[in-house]
Design a protein around this ligand. Structure first.
Ligand code: SF4
Length: 87
């Protein structure tokens, strides 16, 4: 977060973002411009929509990194992305 205070460019933070509280606190109380999610979106591609609709407060991803060992970076807990199951 200190980087965002000293550079004259938007800073995007990625890694370790697991809850609405943390994300909102970062956006409201620092100069971080944007947040980026990786593994949480592998497990829950619809997580931003769930956050927006108030249907989730925390990601389900447990940061086990097992998805990096699968073909195509698939979550071992949800091998078929939820958005495919809903259709
Ligand atoms: S395999 Fe583990 S780290 Fe990867 S998305 Fe699923 S819970 Fe998260």
């Amino acid at each position: 977060m200190r980087l965002a205070e000293v550079v004259n460019a938007p800073v995007i933070l990625v890694g370790g973002l697991r809850s609405r509280l943390v994300m909102e606190t970062l956006l409201h109380n620092s100069k971080i411009a944007l947040l980026s999610l990786s593994r949480p979106l592998i497990r829950q591609p619809d997580f931003p929509k769930l956050l927006e609709n108030g249907k989730a407060e925390k990601v389900e991803c447990i940061s086990c990194n097992a998805c990096y060992k699968t073909d195509g970076h698939t979550c071992i807990f949800t091998p078929t992305p939820r958005w495919l199951c809903d259709n």
